[in-house]
Design a protein around this ligand. Structure first.
Ligand code: PMP
Ligand code: GLN
Length: 394
C-alpha cells in the first residue's frame, strides 16, 4: 500500500485529548485541557436555542452572517480603535483552529520560511509544515518569557513569509509588551512579512495588562491576520466559532481556503455570538476579573502544595516549575511522568509543557520541568484539586 502523508502518519494524538481521556478514565479533576466548567451567558444560549427552533438552519453566507461580521468589526473598533469593513475584512470560521489553518494554507508557498515561537500551541507546527513551510523557531524562556530581540532578528531572512504570534500566550500566560511588538513590527516591515495573530485570549488579561493587537501598531494594519475565538470570549468552547480580521487583499485567499475547508459555520450559533459581542463593558470586565480571582486562588494553592508558580498575565493557564516538588518526593523531573503520576495518585490532571515544543533532532530538547494547570474552573473545584495535590505532596 502507498504511504499516507508523512506529517500526520504516526503522529501522536494531541496532548489535550490524551490528558482529558486519562482524566475521564480515572475520574480525576481535569485541570489539563483548557475549557471552563460553567457554560457561557444564558441569554446567548437561549438565543442560539431560539434560532435553532425558529431561525434559519441552512447554509449561511460563506464569509459568515452579516450580523456577526458587523459585530466583529464593531468589536475591533470598540476595543482597539481598528476600522474594519465588515463586508470585506472579516471571515467567520469553525473555531480559531480552522482560522489558523486557513491563514497558513492561504499564505504559505512551498519553501517559505515561517517563524514560530516556542512554547507553541500544538497545531501551528503540523499545519505550517503541511502547507510547505520551512519552520524557524525561537524560544521565550520562563519566568519572564521575554522575546529576545537578537534571536528574533536572526530568525528573519528574505525568505520569511510570516510569523505566528500568540498573544496572550498559551501556555506562558504572557502578554507581549509594546516594546516587543514594536520591534517585531519593524522586522515584519523590513522583511516584507506577515503575522498570523492568534489572539483567542484577547479578553482574558490580568493586572491591568490590556491586550493590544499587533495589528494596531504602526504599519501593521495590512500585514496582520487577527484571529479571535468565541469559545474563549464567551466560555463556550464547544461551539467552535472563530473570526479572522484582516485587509481585503490578505483575507481574500484566506476566504478561499475557508471555502474548501468548512465553507460555513452553524448560523444559529453565529447569531448568538453576534449578540454576545455586543454585550456591555461589564461583561468583559467580569470575565477577566473572575478569571483573575481564579488564577490567584489556584496559584496560592499550588504554591502551598510545593510548586513554583510562574506569573500569568493572561489566558486560562498557570505554568509551574515542578523541580523542587519532584526532588522532595524523590521523583524524576519529568513533566509528562509527573502529569500521569498526579492523575493516578492525586486525582488531578495537568498538561506537560514539553508538549508545546518542537521535537526533532534539529531542535534543542524541550525543558522537562514545567507543567501547565488550567484555572477556568469553579472555586470549589479548584479547592478540591488543591487539597488533593497538597495531600499527595506531603
Ligand atoms: N489558539 C490557542 C492559543 C488556543 O489555546 C486554542 C484552544 N482553545 C485555540 C487556538 C483554538 O481555539 P478554538 O477552540 O476556537 O478552535
Ligand atoms: N486550547 C486548549 C488548551 O490549550 C485545548 C483545545 C484543544 O484541545 N484542541 O488546553
Amino acid at each position: 500500500m502507498k504511504v499516507t502523508n508523512s506529517i500526520y502518519t504516526g503522529m501522536p494524538t494531541t496532548i489535550f485529548e490524551v490528558m482529558s481521556q486519562l482524566a475521564r478514565e480515572s475520574g480525576s479533576i481535569n485541570l489539563g485541557q483548557g475549557f471552563p466548567d460553567v457554560d457561557g451567558p444564558l441569554d446567548m444560549r437561549q438565543k442560539a436555542a431560539q434560532e435553532l427552533l425558529s431561525g434559519y438552519n441552512q447554509y449561511p453566507p460563506m464569509l459568515g452572517l452579516p450580523i456577526l461580521r458587523q459585530a466583529v468589526a464593531d468589536a475591533n473598533k470598540r476595543f482597539y480603535g481598528l476600522d474594519i469593513d465588515p463586508d470585506n475584512e472579516v471571515v467567520v470560521t469553525s473555531g480559531a483552529t480552522e482560522a489558523i489553518s486557513d491563514c497558513l494554507t492561504a499564505l504559505i508557498e512551498e519553501g517559505d520560511e515561517v517563524i514560530l515561537i516556542e512554547p507553541l500551541y500544538d497545531c501551528y507546527l503540523p499545519l505550517a509544515k503541511r502547507a510547505g513551510a520551512i519552520v524557524k523557531s525561537i524560544r521565550i524562556v520562563p519566568p519572564k518569557w521575554h522575546l529576545d530581540h537578537k534571536a528574533l532578528e536572526e530568525a528573519f531572512s528574505d525568505k520569511t513569509k510570516l510569523i505566528v504570534l500568540n498573544d496572550p500566550h498559551n501556555p506562558a500566560g504572557k502578554v507581549y509588551s509594546d516594546d516587543e511588538k514594536t520591534f517585531l513590527a519593524r522586522l515584519l516591515q523590513k522583511y516584507d512579512a506577515y503575522a498570523i495573530c492568534d489572539e483567542v485570549y484577547e479578553h482574558i488579561t490580568f493586572d491591568g495588562h490590556a491586550h493590544k493587537p499587533l495589528m494596531s501598531f504602526d504599519g501593521m494594519r495590512d500585514r496582520c491576520l487577527r484571529i479571535g475565538s468565541a469559545g474563549k470570549t464567551f466560555s463556550l468552547t464547544g461551539w467552535k466559532i472563530g473570526y479572522i480580521t484582516g485587509s481585503a487583499t490578505l483575507l481574500d485567499p484566506v476566504a478561499k481556503a475557508h471555502q474548501f475547508s468548512t465553507f460555513t459555520t452553524p448560523p444559529n450559533l453565529q447569531v448568538a455570538i453576534a449578540h454576545g459581542l455586543n454585550k456591555e463593558e461589564a461583561y468583559y470586565q467580569d470575565l477577566a476579573s473572575d478569571l483573575q480571582a481564579k488564577r490567584d486562588h489556584l496559584a496560592t494553592g499550588l504554591r502551598n502544595a510545593g510548586l513554583e508558580v510562574i506569573d500569568s498575565q493572561g489566558s486560562y493557564f498557570l505554568t509551574t516549575d515542578i523541580t523542587s516538588l519532584c526532588e522532595n518526593k524523590g521523583l524524576p523531573v519529568d513533566d509528562e511522568a509527573f502529569c500521569r503520576t498526579i492523575t493516578a495518585q492525586a486525582g488531578v490532571t495537568a498538561v506537560p509543557v514539553s508538549a508545546f515544543y518542537i521535537e526533532d533532532q534539529e531542535h534543542l530538547p524541550a525543558p522537562k520541568q514545567f507543567v501547565r494547570f488550567c484555572f477556568c474552573k469553579q472555586i470549589s473545584v479548584l479547592d478540591e484539586a488543591i487539597g488533593r495535590l497538597a495531600k499527595w505532596a506531603q
